[in-house]
Structures are given as C-alpha cells and as structure tokens.
Design a protein around this ligand. Structure first.
Ligand code: ACM
Ligand code: ZN
Length: 585
C-alpha cells in the first residue's frame, strides 16, 4: 500500500507541479519511471487519475453569480448538481444555530422543490474547517455533492444565504415550485467579508416598530449578510426600553401627547393624538429579540443616547434637567435644548442605574451611549453645571468650550462605569468635540471627516456618514411622489460609491475602520411598509460596500444582479423603491 501511495503522490505531484515528499520533482519522477513493472500494473489507475485531473481543471464559464453581496471568488463550470431530494449533513462541531439553519434550509428545499429529502443521490455536506476565517465560508458544487466549509455558525449562515440566492426564489418561502429547476451550476465559491462590523441602525423611539416588525427587519438584514443591529431605544420623543428600577420611564416616557404634522422645519400643526401607549419593549421581549437576531448571525448593540436626546426621561424626572422643568415627551422633531444636567450627582446615578440594566440585558461587547446633538445652552446658565466645570477645572480653549469638556466628562464617567461591567462604548462623532478617551469607538455620522480624524487618533471607527448612509434621506432626485423625509439625497448609486480608504490613509489608520453602517431614523417613517421603502434597495448597495473588497465592486454588475434580488424582495413581500429598475435613477 505504501508503494501505491508513493506512486500516486509522485505522479500527482508531478502533474500539479508540487513535491509531496520533499524530494525534488525530477528526482522522484526518475525513481518511479525506473520501476516499469510497477507502472504496467498501475496503468489503469493512472488513467483514472488523469481523468480526474482533467475533470478538475474544467473550463471556467463564469466568475460571478447572481448573489448580493457578490462573493469574493467565484468559478462556475459547465454542468449542474440537482439539489431536489438531497441529503443534508452537518458536522456536529458546529453549534445549534448552524444545525438549525441547515435543517431550515433542508426543509425549504424539500417544500419548494416538492421532493422528499434523501430521495436523490446528492449530498449537501457542511464541514467544520478550523482553517476557515471567522465569518468565511467556501462552497464546492460537484455533481451529486455540495461541500460547504466554515469554522463558525456565521460562515454556515452566509453559505446558506449564497446557496439560497442561487436557487429559485421560492426557497425563501418554501412555496411549492416543483416546476422550477432545483439544481445549481457546478461551481467553486470562496468568500469572506471585508469588514467585521456590518451594521444597520433602527430608531424605534420616534416611531415604534413592534416585535414582529423588528424580527422582519432582522430577516432583511440576514438576507444581506449584515451582522450588527444598532438599536436606538430612547430619544426625546419616546422611551422604549423597560428599566425595572424606573418603571415610569416606559409608563410615562413612552407617550407623547401629540405629534407635529408635516416637516418639523416648516410646520406648526399638530395631530392632537397621543402616541406611544404600550409602545415599548419589556426586558423579556428584548431577550427574545436578541435570541432571534443571534439565530440569524446578528448581534444587537443597544443605544441609550445621552446626555442630549433625553427629553422623554426629563418628562418623568424633571430634577435631572438644569431648570427643573416641567418637561414633556417631545412632540416635534429636531434637537431639543433640554438635556440632562451634567452638574447633578442624581443624573450620574440615574444614568448608571439605567446602563447597569442595559449592560446586563445585552450580551454585546458594546453599548452605544450616543453623545450627539447636545446643545450647551442650559449648561451655560446652570449653577450646578457651572459648579461642576469649576470643580473639574475645565476651561474654554481655541477649539472647544468648557461645556464641551463637561460633556467629555459625562461620557468618560459612563465609559468607566460600563468598563466595570465588561463593556466598551460607541459614541457619535461629537465625542471628538472635547477630550475623548482612547478606547471609545467613534461612529462618524456628520460626513466622513470625524471618522478619518478618529482613525488618525487611533480610535476604532464605524463609518455611518449621513451623505452616504442616511437611509431616512430621499433616494430620488425628483421628490414628487416620494414620502416626506427629513431631506437630503442619497440614491442607491451614492451608497454604492463609498470607499472608506483614502490614498493618504496609513495601514494603521485603515485597520481602525472596523466597519460601515446605515442609519434609519424614523421621525418621518410611521409604518413598516414605509420603513422597507426607505431601506430597500439601498441596503443591497450597502451590503456590497460592507462585504466586497473595493476592486470587486462593479455597479453595472450590481444593477444586473439586483433583478434577481428584486424577485426575492417580491416573494418575501418586501416593499422597495423601484427607481433603479425603471431607469429613474
Ligand atoms: C445623528 O444623526 N444625530 C446621529
Ligand atoms: Zn445643569
């Protein structure tokens, strides 16, 4: 047997141009050729191997598939593998998330193809491969055998997503489609994401989206291989997360008496209808959503926006404000001048109690603590805030006022507190307007400048620039017929055009850009249909910016492949904007 193995290896090595034994190839070959009797015996086997090698080097007929985001490396060959009736096998080294996802995939293939699992010769095998990168996967599709390799449940989920997008769209619902061809082209796919953080934000404070709606949002993210949901849970217009120590936050702080009608910059009309009764999540519900997201490979990062954007909390606890109120849950959109008082110990205690429950509830390494849009008007005129400024010895300088440094103090206090709970913080780029501690991850929203500055300073950065990734902005130049939005203009092509690395960036700075995120603020979005319309198809463009290496992006290819994605949106009954499909953008 040893001789046979040596013979095979020698010839394989010769043909492949590699040396399996460590001997120089010409030396090895000479030894084997000398053994002519052996060659006569092994001739039939040799032909078999040659055949195998010929079939391995089959011609590549395509290097892309109709999958968004487009995988990093694709080779498609002539021929196909029938998937209907396949047997599915999962390596037991994968976790339950992976095995459940494979079972769901198998059930969908069975239902949609109308063919019982295990009734064909094909095997779909999910193999654990510790050499695969954290979120990487590979798929090899041969006749009668599909082999997926990954080292994590996320790798398995992404491989399934890729396979689903390559199959008839009924795979997404399990709707019977036995008339369709349930086969895949022979192919080899190697894939892994460019960025580790691939985020999408959801504001449930301005308008509320319930459990089913949040789950559906998570499903949409999963189709696009995103892995972070940034959940904006509190704002001036509503407090939406149960805090057991302060039940009034949701009982009172979730309800505003009325809401502005039309654009906040132009209107003074109100609907005179209370909004928000029952519109908040219990901690139990939040745990359920966290588990649901985890089953789709998505981590949830909660945001408690502070010290501004806190008017709903002030409505409950007016003592936490500089003036003592009274305050109301806000009925307008924009930036409120009423913010938490930074000079009172009670404020710090309140925030720590809230963050303590948040840190306990969410398994994520990060808590987002906001820091954006905190006007300093009240602090400038507040004895408690001014006393704190004096106590801390904060001074105006050429760049920032003492009040900016007071905000830096609040952020640093919360960071230290959360660090004691094993958490790191994310802050909006206003955290740079003052003094920022080194471990803060900066989310750049006022364009890209803050992100570039933060990366230079050595901070981790998430790019969520409003001019590329604010999905609450208009997506069409012609706004007639569009739903009212906050303003701005971010068409699909603009989202797609974003490249985070600039030529002048060092490798070190580049390594600090950990990811990219789009934000969906909901002042002007009241319904799930409206939410989906603003999200899709821009999310598809975002997913390629997050996933694909810059050289692998191609807008024409993307537009072609969006035709298939639109069919997927249709069968899933997602509401999406059609401008890119009918030539309007
Ligand atoms: C923001 O849009 N205020 C972060
Ligand atoms: Zn104050």
């Amino acid at each position: 047997m040893g001789g046979v193995r040596k013979f095979l290896f020698g010839h394989l090595s010769f043909v492949l141009g590699q040396d399996a034994s460590g001997l120089p190839i010409h030396h090895m070959t000479a030894l084997l050729i000398a053994d002519t009797k052996f060659i006569t015996i092994m001739k039939p086997l040799f032909f078999l191997i040659a055949l195998l090698l010929i079939s391995c080097s089959r011609e590549i007929i395509k290097t892309e598939v109709d999958v968004i985001p487009q995988p990093a490396s694709v080779e498609v060959y002539e021929g196909e593998c029938v998937v209907a009736g396949a047997t599915f096998k999962v390596d037991d080294r994968f976790d339950e998330i992976a095995s459940a996802a494979v079972a769901d995939f198998e059930a969908a293939v069975e239902a949609a193809s109308g063919t019982v699992s295990g009734s064909s010769k094909t095997a779909v095998v999910f193999k654990y491969d510790r050499r695969s990168g954290k979120e990487a996967y590979s798929i090899s599709i041969a006749e009668n055998r599909i082999t997926v390799k990954a080292s994590s449940s996320n790798g398995v989920l992404y491989a399934i997503q890729t396979l689903k997008q390559m199959l008839p769209v009924e795979i997404y619902t399990g709707a019977s489609a036995s008339d369709k061809v349930w086969a895949l082209p022979l192919a080899k796919i190697e894939d892994s994401p460019r960025f580790a953080y691939r985020g999408l934000h959801l504001d449930v404070a301005r308008h509320f989206f319930d459990m089913d709606e949040v789950k559906r949002y998570i499903d949409i993210m999963a189709v696009h291989k995103l892995n972070i949901l940034h959940w904006h849970l509190t704002d001036d217009q509503g407090w939406r997360i149960e805090i057991k120590k302060y039940p009034e936050l949701t009982r009172i702080g979730s309800i505003r008496k009325r809401t502005i009608v039309g654009h906040s910059r132009r209107s003074n009309t109100y609907d005179n209808t209370p909004y928000g009764e029952g519109c908040w999540f219990t901690q139990e519900q939040i745990r359920e959503i966290i588990g649901y997201a985890a089953s789709k490979g998505i981590e949830i990062i909660p945001e408690i926006d502070l010290p501004g954007h806190m008017q709903s909390a002030l409505a409950v606890f007016p003592d936490l404000g500089c003036t003592g109120g009274p305050y109301e849950v806000w009925d307008r959109w924009g930036v409120s001048k009423d913010v938490l008082c930074a000079g009172k110990e009670g404020t710090m205690e309140f925030l720590k109690n809230v963050l303590s429950e948040v840190a306990e509830l969410f398994p994520s390494e990060y808590v987002h603590i906001g820091g954006d849009e905190c006007p300093k008007d009240r602090w400038e005129n507040c004895p408690a805030c001014q006393a704190k400024i004096a106590e801390l010895g904060l001074k105006d300088d050429e760049e920032h006022s003492a009040e900016h440094y007071l905000q830096s103090y609040v952020m640093a206090e919360m960071e230290t507190f959360l660090a004691s709970k094993g958490k790191r913080i994310i802050g909006w780029d206003e955290v740079l307007d003052g003094e920022v501690t080194p471990d803060v991850t900066v989310m750049s929203w006022r364009g890209v400048a803050g992100g570039h500055k933060a990366a230079k300073m050595g901070h981790d950065v998430i790019m969520a620039a409003n001019n590329y990734f604010y999905f609450d902005y208009y997506q069409a130049k012609d706004t007639a017929g569009e739903p009212l939005t906050i303003g701005g203009y971010v068409p699909v092509s603009k989202v797609y055009s974003y490249e985070p690395f600039t030529e002048d960036m060092t490798e070190e700075e580049r390594s600090h850009i950990i990811g990219i995120q789009a934000n969906l603020w909901t002042e002007y979005i009241k319904t799930p249909e409206g939410l989906e319309y603003m999200l899709l198809p821009r999310l598809s463009a975002l997913s390629e910016v997050q996933w694909c290496q810059s050289g692998d992006r191609d807008y024409d290819r993307f537009l072609r492949e969006m035709e298939k994605m639109a069919d997927i949106y249709d069968i899933l009954d997602y509401n999406y904007a059609t401008h890119i499909f009918d030539g309007r953008e």
